[in-house]
Write a protein that binds this ligand. Sequence first.
Ligand SMILES: [Zn+2]
Length: 430
Amino acid sequence: MRLAYAGGARKGNTGMATLFGGGLLFDGETGPHAGLGVLVDRGRILRVAPLSSFDGMDVSRVDTGGATLMPGLIDCHVHLCSSSDPGFFATILATPRERASLQVLQSARQSLRGGVTSLRDLGGFEFTEMPVRDAFREGRELGPTLVCAGKSITMTGGHAHLLSIEIDGAAAAVSAVRQNIKMGADVIKLIATGGVATAGLDPLAAHLTREELTAAVAEARRLGRRSAAHAQGAAGILNALEAGIDSIEHGFQITDELAAMMVARGTVLVPTLSAIARTLANAEGRMPPHLLEKSLRFRDMQRESFRRFLAAGGRIAMGTDAGTPFNFHGCNAQELREMTALGMSPAGALQAATSAAADLLGLADRGRIREGCAADLLLVEGDPCEDIAAVADTAHHRGVWKDGFDVHALLGRAGRTPAAPRFLAGEAPF
Ligand SMILES: [Zn+2]
């Protein structure tokens, strides 16, 4: 990662080391810890040690008194090409490519303002997210770390087929994986079942076959990529697990047997509880009827599935499905409230949104406040291990740093975006 942004040194990373201290620390795995200082230099965490050990050092200081310093949030499931409107498939398809890349940029930066310093895009539009990812990665623009899947891979006529590569057979699955990687995919997204957002399809029906999934996962792995499966019903979840998938997305129907399999294999669940929650919270009038009907039908099933997996000791990483209706980029932190409402401890939810998410995404130097890690930081009022609202509600965010850059100073806080779509006028929660 280059640290010299175009235009030279910017506020927040001027060359002088910065010491964070005075308040609490959640390090991505455990907390709250008191009495520690975190020294950041040139975008990296240089030292974590008792605050008193830094006495007399000539550094700039950020007083974290009354607040908790934690790693920036990591969202493992978003769609940056979408502006989160109710008819998002049609809206995306009608978008010129140039405008689509701009939407990706805006979505990503809005997320960053909302405390999310890394995101995994699990299904884009015509690879328009790739140049934005690269601009962030190379330090040409300030933005979150992006891990991108390119296009989802689905069966002909399967869930999300309007934006995906449609395949039939194992050979076509291999080809689709290669096409995505050719276009720059970091991870492979496979559609193992029907879905909520595609009209006429049953979320509990298996879509890609076990043979297709197995071929795709193996080819992805051979080429150094992990795989994620959109998998809601039990039959598709089983197919994805047997294929060796790294994460199950949504997971509406994780039975005791499937939970045990996932625990034994270390497969991660990315719950995306916000998707159904935001759809149902904005139900009046404008939502496509099939979306509303299926959200109502599967809400309780998904909640039970989450609780079952949690009780079984399964690994969970935070993901929101931001980009689905009214599930806005920048409000990703709301997912933490959804997870704790279903019985996850606040510290467990914080871990799911930091270190566990970094592990799933293969971001070895992010998601933890540890010497040598990137200075991706979030400072929140109070103690989120006591009250998750300190993180889940962006009004309590005191600051966000990306590779040591002060995001609120450079990009502003999460707020009403000037490019808010017309249909949202007066309604966006920012
Ligand atoms: Zn999704």
